[in-house]
Design a protein around this ligand. Structure first.
Ligand code: AKB
Length: 321
């Protein structure tokens, strides 16, 4: 694995921040190039290679590729569901043009041989089977983010079929972690609720009770991402994107799990525009193809994730007092 050079685009986001750390552990600090439009303050970026990159700037991407000759790219830069709804034109532009720049760079330079690009449960829509959502079911996304994810899935598959670029992808549920903040998604409440529990003892939720959504704890998300990227190519039988599941819960269920560990914790509900987005998404995902093809198995459920989140967040807040 030491001949590999890995470029992470959108490295300062929720997933990228943790992924850069894991990739450095695997490939060595000097072989992982973190890039984003602006370097974040997170301690992960106080060491290692970092390059400023606006993925809409194709010339800058070319410079970075020429300089480091990355063999693999993790392209994570995107506007998420809630943010993209506020600026649909830019959401589409960033999500699609950014992907084209990376796919075309792989095709035209021959340097990049493998690309990871995340899709999302947002690629499904209101007519999708909500429970046990199959790998191949109805896909009629209603958000600009979801539309860009569905189109992107088909594009990555197209570049695989037509030009042999080894593209790999997962349909992420909501990602929950304590090391980095989410950036503008509909599932973000499930991270904020832990911080609020410890700082205020109360969370005001922007989704209503009963809104069951698929979620995944960050250690499992990192494992899935690295597992699919490291699996032999012949095991990757789906080149659009794999369904991926961890757990599913509604706001009152995560609140109940927190209440068991934080005395007196309360939740109230004030649904906003994100409710309609959540209502258009599946509740429970069938990820049997990921299990069969490359051995996917999550380790965390709601209670074990809650215990781990609180155990890791508590010392951070007590240190700040
Ligand atoms: C979002 O809420 O937009 C993301 C996602 C499910 O892709 N977390």
């Amino acid at each position: 694995m030491t001949n590999e050079k890995v470029l992470v685009i959108g490295a300062c986001g929720q997933l990228g921040t943790e992924l850069v750390d894991s990739l450095r552990g695997i490939y060595g600090e000097g072989n992982v190039i973190a890039s984003d439009i602006k370097k974040s303050e997170h301690e992960v970026f106080s060491t290692g290679i970092f390059e400023d990159l606006d993925i809409l700037d194709v010339n800058r991407l070319g410079e970075i590729i020429n300089k480091y000759k990355p063999t693999q790219v993790y392209h994570l830069a995107a506007l998420l569901s809630a943010t993209a709804e506020k600026n649909p034109e830019f959401g589409w532009k960033l999500n699609m043009e950014g992907l084209f720049h990376v796919l075309n760079a792989a095709r035209d330079t021959g340097i990049i041989h493998k690309i990871y690009w995340p899709s999302s449960i947002a690629a499904f829509g209101p007519n999708t089977e909500r429970f046990n959502t199959p790998q191949y079911g109805t896909m009629d996304p209603t958000t600009i983010y979801g539309i860009s994810k569905l189109a992107g899935e088909l594009y990555t598959q197209y570049y695989y079929n037509r030009w042999g670029i080894d593209t790999r992808s997962l349909r992420y549920p909501g990602l929950i972690g304590y090391k980095s903040a989410p950036g503008g998604g509909t599932t973000d409440y499930a991270v904020a609720i832990y911080h609020d529990a410890l700082t205020k003892g109360h969370h005001d939720c922007f989704l209503k009770p009963g809104t069951t959504l698929p979620m995944l704890y960050m250690p499992d998300a990192l494992k899935a991402t690295l597992d699919i990227m490291h699996a032999p190519a012949e095991q990757i039988k789906i080149r659009t994107s794999y369904n991926l599941a961890g757990m599913s819960f509604a706001p009152e269920e995560i609140a109940a799990a927190i209440e068991k560990q934080v005395d007196g914790f309360t939740i109230s509900y004030e649904p906003d525009y994100r409710q309609a987005i959540a209502d258009s998404w599946p509740a429970v995902i069938d990820d049997s193809r990921a299990q069969e093809d490359w051995g996917w198995k999550p380790a965390y459920d709601l209670d074990s994730m809650t215990a781990d989140m609180l155990a890791n967040l508590k010392p951070m807040y007590s240190a700040k007092k």
